[in-house]
Design a protein. Structure first.
Length: 146
């Protein structure tokens, strides 16, 4: 399986993998909220608390960047046989993965236009793929069994 033989997945497949990941991330964030609530003796975090928003952002970055650095797949991507890699096929490092997360936020903020770009891009790359020199590939069925 060489980098040249791998194809880019459809937008629908990428969105399905993303939906899986959002469910998992939602569970992690609920556990974070419960832990913070317990540490505060049952007192709610005041709305707009920057430290809590930063903590939530940190959990999100570690979730995605951690999985992307370790095998190039989140759990949702693994279920849908997707992998993120650099254009040359090499794995992402922590800096690239963190930058990709930040660029992905920019892709979804303007009504998801950065993701919809996949529909018109000849290589099916989203804005955050282009900005960070990465791509998402569809793995063959036999690769998912290994």
């Amino acid at each position: 399986m060489t980098a040249a033989t791998l194809v880019a997945p459809s937008l629908l497949r990428r969105l399905a993998a993303g939906a899986y990941d959002l469910l998992l991330l939602g569970g992690l964030l609920m556990m974070l909220g419960i832990a913070v609530l317990m540490l505060r003796g049952g007192e709610a975090v005041p709305p707009g608390s920057l430290w809590f928003q930063g903590l939530v952002l940190l959990v999100c970055v570690v979730f995605y960047a951690g999985f992307w650095c370790r095998g190039g797949q989140t759990l949702g991507m693994r279920s849908w046989r997707l992998r993120v890699e650099k254009i040359d096929g090499s794995p992402l490092g922590p800096a690239t993965a963190t930058l990709r997360f930040a660029a992905a936020l920019l892709s979804v903020l303007p009504a998801g236009l950065g993701l919809l770009w996949i529909l018109v891009d000849p290589q099916r790359r989203a804005w955050h793929d282009r900005l960070t020199g990465t791509r998402v590939v569809l793995l063959p069925k036999d690769a998912a069994r290994r």
